[in-house]
Design a protein around this ligand. Structure first.
Ligand SMILES: *Cc1c(COP(=O)(O)O)cnc(C)c1O
Length: 400
């Protein structure tokens, strides 16, 4: 399983000599892989063509807009978590639809959100009462996020909007208590987002729960948004079942179906190139200290948590030389993981982490005064060009 994941994270590099490919880059550096983005796009376009659904890029996972011109041809538009992402989607993918879901909109921002958005999804009945009429008057399609209270994930409570007490989405109980005919009238569509890195079996179960709890709502809407968390471009994902579910739901309710995956759009479409700065020994553990940090440059490694794939490396003990890889920060827990190598690491060696396009560039930080990694593009021709580099001013500007 680990081996399969590793193979898929680096299969975009199969035809390259990795050492020379990345040898000229400054480190740390994210490298966005055009060919893999296109491959993901082809998969998502196929789903749309065969089912009639529309797929949006959830920008919170990946919003390197330099790549939007490439992605744009495969998707129906963008999904935003609020004002800034909505504006980015409108400006940088102008041909696409702009959908916005926000846990709660700021009054001072809502008019501007309306300028960019096509679909406005509201998170509660109080938000619907507050903004629904205004959004309708501006000609927008208004949606309500519903919460089917059906958890399909274990172990990732932080990513489970269906957990008890969740603030995300209207439960049936809240609906029954506070829905009015006037509010109902405002709703063009319903939205649910309950999955995280899941296959279509979890979507199927979720849909049963949604249909059981909200059948009346589904019958009266123009569109149903299945949210994100669909790991569609992962090897082994059951696309046939996804397509059956989309078609069945569309036929049953006559509604346009939307999906808004983030991960699936840019899965395995980026790398993080880092350099070994130092190697130390302590009580049988060999630490390799890198210029890339888990805490700063791949925060989901600590938050999710997960172990990122590393090119040419194995599990601890799998090959002869095992190292604990960590950042140069002073945070003791800034550890990427234990990896083994066929040859000893030395200062100046370059390491290439995989699947580094999603939840990285849009989530990194300069904690400890760590520089932000540069962002480069691996063209389909095999050329690499720099998109952007950061420096001291980027660090300083946010700190008063
Ligand atoms: C996070 C999120 C997404 C995208 O999720 P992925 O797991 O990246 O596919 C889509 N819609 C909403 C509302 C989200 O919160």
């Amino acid at each position: 399983m680990a081996e399969q994941a590793e193979r898929s994270s680096f299969s975009g590099l199969a035809h390259y000599n990795i050492k020379s490919l990345f040898s000229e880059l400054p480190t740390p550096c994210y490298v966005l892989d055009e060919a893999r983005l296109r491959q993901n796009g082809e998969t998502l376009l196929g789903v749309q063509r065969r089912t009639g659904c529309k797929i949006l890029l959830a920008q919170k996972a990946f919003s390197n807009f330099a790549m939007y011109p490439l992605i744009e041809g495969y998707l129906a538009g963008t999904e935003a978590s609020g004002l800034f992402e909505a504006r980015l989607g409108r400006e940088e993918m102008p041909g696409g639809e702009v959908h916005v879901f926000c846990g709660a909109y700021k009054r001072s921002e809502f008019d501007e959100v309306l300028k960019y958005a096509d679909h406005i999804v509201l998170n509660s009945l109080t938000e619907l009462a507050r903004y629904g009429k205004k959004a309708k008057a501006a000609g927008k399609s208004v949606g309500l996020r519903i919460n089917p209270e059906y958890s399909t994930q274990e172990g990732h409570a932080v990513y489970d909007p269906c957990a008890p007490g969740s603030r995300l989405g209207v439960t049936r109980e809240q609906w029954d208590k506070n829905m009015t005919p006037e509010l109902l009238e405002l709703i063009d569509g319903v939205h649910f987002h309950t999955l995280c890195e899941q296959d279509s079996d979890a979507l199927e179960e979720t849909l049963f729960a949604v249909e059981e709890k909200f059948a009346d709502a589904l019958k009266s809407v123009k569109w149903i948004n299945f949210g994100g968390g669909h790991h569609i471009t992962r090897p082994g994902y059951d696309i046939d079942r996804l397509e059956r579910l989309v078609v069945r739901t569309h036929e049953r309710y006559g509604a346009q179906i939307y999906l808004e995956p983030g991960e699936a759009c840019a899965l395995d479409a980026g790398y993080l190139v880092a350099e070994v700065l130092d190697i130390t020994e302590n009580g049988g553990v060999t630490n390799a200290i890198l210029d890339a940090s888990a805490a700063c440059h791949m925060p989901d490694v600590l938050e999710m948590p997960y172990r990122p794939p590393l090119y040419g490396a194995g599990e601890a003990g799998e090959y002869e030389y095992t190292y604990r890889l960590g950042g140069a920060t002073c945070l003791a827990g800034d550890v990427i993981g234990d990896y083994s190598f066929k040859a000893p690491l030395k200062t100046g060696d370059r390491l290439v982490f995989g699947d580094m396009a999603i939840y990285t560039t849009c989530k990194n930080n300069t904690f400890n005064g760590m520089p932000l990694p540069a962002i480069a593009r691996l063209h389909e021709s095999g050329d690499i060009s720099m998109i952007v580099q950061f420096g001291y001013e980027d660090f300083k500007r946010r700190l008063s």
